[in-house]
Design a protein around this ligand. Structure first.
Ligand SMILES: Cc1ncc(C[n+]2csc(CCOP(=O)(O)OP(=O)(O)O)c2C)c(N)n1
Length: 718
């Protein structure tokens, strides 16, 4: 981790009087109002700097240094009041681009807060991400889960964190997790997203310690709230959710905000379940830098919002009840001085180093590299060391049994492993791969989820950040589609936070054709999408032994992994192999040469390995068959060495021909083995046709043994 911000400890005004003796409307002594005012004023000053609204003060936009500005103007007071309540070691916030005040109140340093929008080195992304998309690692206090640019994507990782709180406190008996909560911040437009509903379902069905904080400024970019929820009031509409504690009020009023937020936080901390608070706030600026509000807001509407500015209201709430005029003025001076100093320091920071831009897409092998926040620690992984040598006294097992035994063993040796997905618990999965695991390990460790793939993956991300090792099941490859956003954001997390955060998870995913069955929904392979996505490892084992080794590697890896379980291998004995033992591991990026040959290299993976072996058998000892086993990373060295030897190459896969992973291999060979090739590299794949249902149609689209043998012969002849 690069910088762990040290929360500032500003002097605070001593509360005058107890709650009982307090005059009506007087500042609630539970809160550190001076710090709240300081943080809110810092936020406003940072917006001033970035928006140049005050010509006499420091500003940067005229130099075009802040390329993406999202103002928190109007949202800041309620946010820092909320932040002041999020103070436990294992509390987490999950937030969005307008949440900088919340982060300031949790300890984000002012210098980082301004250096990141300037794109300077260090800070929360080392110049990789826009400045308002922040994160906050912290080993000793509350954290902020890395934000994402997609509206609504912040919700399900927060639900994952909240479920992880229950697991750490309840099952792992880590007492310092007791009473911790997850809080998610979102604008009112975000309540229309899949992520919001998915997380709400999780929180209310599982009674998670999670607070939804909806900041309703009445506008998305330009779209009004009644387009996001009928009647424009999400709190009102959720009244029938019996397991949700709801509060609704004015976020421009500091006293009301403090009261409602405290009620909600107390409710969630006490373990009663989730809460949702909607606070209306003014939007005192355009949506973002490039937006001028013309066309969708009248002058009167803008003026009405300006009249609700929460900062003068905060001042009126505190002066003179808690602070004198002089004390407030001196607070403003402190803020001006601190923001100017931070701006100077931020400007003095160097630009990010272009030579480092490719770093942190995956975890570094270097044991001296800083450890990211999230996943098993290096020490925990080291304790789980495995062996690449299989045992040879075990029985032959089918593919599904091999996966089940591996999950069972890892659940037994690593209490951080959790296995979940739709129907995974009581039924044991629709493919029965997890059968019996819930009975053995309990509902906390092996469980069914609601029907939301975004929820499954987002939850896994939040859990991984909390230090757990989630192993998810997506019922069929095609049904990973609704989780695309969470999958993509999981894959880029390490890079975009410059190694401050990572969410190593395993996503088990059956797909491909089955025994005599196919269809467009249950038989998609399309593995190339995950090879194309950033940050993912992609394993596609062809047999039970490799499945054991690769799954175990995935569960001990600092990187997230797509683990493809081919349906035909789950449904037949094609993939059966001798069980290689409970410690067996197969490293990623290490292909297996299944058959040596001198005439042609046949590269393949997954279920088609078996058709390729059958075809190769027909050509005697001429064919060298390489099972890639993983396509991200893929074993270029092995394929290149083989092609240099044979001078011929045929690639066979089930995914589409056009832009399938075979195209990547062929392009690599064209560049790096051109002078060794005696014939064009050939590719046999499904010819860009969806998987059909009737077996005769299925046979017509899948590469057959005959077709593979014929094309091998052709290649050998040329
Ligand atoms: C998934 C997604 N769709 C669209 C956008 C573009 N976009 C950015 S902000 C925004 C409006 C969000 O409004 P709201 O949630 O109310 O938050 P506010 O900006 O008002 O604080 C839109 C449409 C996006 N970032 N992500």
């Amino acid at each position: 981790m690069t910088t762990v911000p040290v929360p500032r400890q500003p002097r605070d005004a001593q509360p005058r009087g107890s709650a009982k003796s307090r005059k009506p409307g007087a500042p609630n002594p539970r809160f550190k109002w001076r710090k709240i005012a300081y943080d809110a004023l810092v936020s406003r000053a940072l917006d001033d700097v970035e928006e140049a609204t005050n010509k006499n003060k420091a500003s940067v936009p005229r130099e075009h240094l802040v390329l993406y500005q999202f103002s928190a103007r109007g949202h800041e007071v309620a946010q820092v009041i909320l932040g002041s309540l999020i103070d436990r070691k294992h509390d987490a916030g999950s937030a969005y681009y307008r949440s900088r005040p919340f982060l300031l109140s949790l300890g984000l340093g002012i210098e980082d807060a301004i250096a990141s929008p300037l794109g300077r080195s260090g800070g929360f992304s080392d110049g990789r991400d826009i400045g308002v998309v922040c994160n906050l690692p912290n080993r000793d206090g509350p954290i902020v889960i890395p934000m994402s640019g997609d509206v609504g994507s912040q919700y399900t990782p927060c639900a994952g964190w909240a479920q992880a709180i229950q697991y750490h406190a309840g099952t792992l008996k880590e007492s310092d997790w007791t009473g911790a909560i997850g809080v998610v911040l979102g604008g009112e437009a975000s309540v229309a997203t899949n992520g919001f509903w998915s997380a709400l379902t999780m929180a209310t069905t599982l009674q998670l310690p999670m607070l939804f904080y909806v900041e309703d400024n009445g506008l998305g970019i330009s779209v009004r709230s009644d387009m996001q929820t009928p009647g424009a009031d999400i709190a009102k509409n959720l009244a029938s959710f019996g397991t949700l504690f709801i509060r609704n009020g004015d976020g421009s009023d500091p006293a009301e905000s403090a009261r409602l937020l405290a009620e909600c936080v107390d409710y969630v901390r006490a373990g009663h379940g989730p809460a949702l608070v909607r606070l209306t706030v003014p939007r005192l600026s355009s949506h973002s830098g490039p937006d001028n509000q013309r066309g969708y807001r009248t002058d009167d509407e803008i003026a009405a919002d300006l009249a609700r500015d929460p900062l003068p209201k905060l001042r009126a709430h505190l002066v003179p009840a808690l602070l004198s005029e002089d004390e407030w003025r001196s607070l403003e001076q402190d803020v001006e001085r601190d923001v100017q100093a931070a701006l100077d320091a931020a400007r003095a920071r160097p630009n990010p180093d272009p030579a480092s831009v490719a770093r942190w897409i995956y975890a570094d092998d270097d044991a001296n590299s800083p450890e990211a926040f999230g996943g098993l620690s290096r020490a925990e992984r080291a304790k789980l060391d495995g062996t690449e040598s299989p045992v040879d006294d075990e029985k032959v097992v089918r593919f599904a049994e091999a996966v089940r035994r591996t999950l069972r063993h890892e659940l037994a040796v690593n209490p951080k492993v959790l296995v979940f997905g739709e129907d995974v618990g009581r039924k044991g999965g629709v493919h029965l791969v997890t059968e019996g695991l819930q009975k053995q390990f309990g509902n906390e460790r092996v469980f069914d989820t609601s029907l939301s793939e975004e929820g499954i993956i987002g939850r896994a991300v939040g859990m991984a950040i909390s230090g757990l090792m989630p192993v998810t099941e997506i019922q069929f490859r095609k049904y990973a589609d609704p989780a695309t956003e969470q999958l993509n954001n999981c894959g880029t997390m390490r890079w975009r936070t410059a190694n401050r955060f990572a969410a190593p998870i395993v996503v088990r995913m059956p797909g491909g054709f089955g025994k005599d069955v196919g269809d467009p929904w249950h038989s998609l392979s399309d593995e190339v999408r995950f090879a194309h996505a950033y940050g993912w490892q992609v394993a596609i084992p062809s047999n039970a032994a490799d499945a054991v080794g690769l799954l175990r590697s995935a569960m001990r890896s600092p990187n997230p992994t797509i683990f493809f379980e081919h349906r035909s291998l789950l449904m037949t004995s094609d993939g059966s192999a001798r069980y290689p033992g409970d410690d067996y591991v197969v490293p990623f990026g290490k292909a297996s040469v299944l058959r040596e040959g001198s005439g042609v290299t046949l590269v393949t993976w997954g279920a088609l390995v078996h058709r390729c072996l059958e075809a190769a058998d027909r050509l005697g000892d001429q064919v060298e068959v390489i099972d890639l086993r993983t396509i991200a990373p893929w074993d270029r060295a092995c394929v290149l060495a083989s092609v240099v030897k044979t001078g011929h190459c045929v690639i066979v896969h089930e995914d589409n021909l056009t832009a399938g992973f075979g195209a990547e291999i062929a392009a690599t060979l064209a560049k790096e083995a051109f002078w060794y090739l005696d014939a064009p590299v050939d590719r046999i794949a499904v010819n860009d046709i969806p998987m059909p249902y009737h077996p005769v149609l299925l046979d017509a689209v899948l590469p057959s043994v005959e077709q593979i043998a014929q094309r091998l012969e052709q290649t050998l002849r040329s």
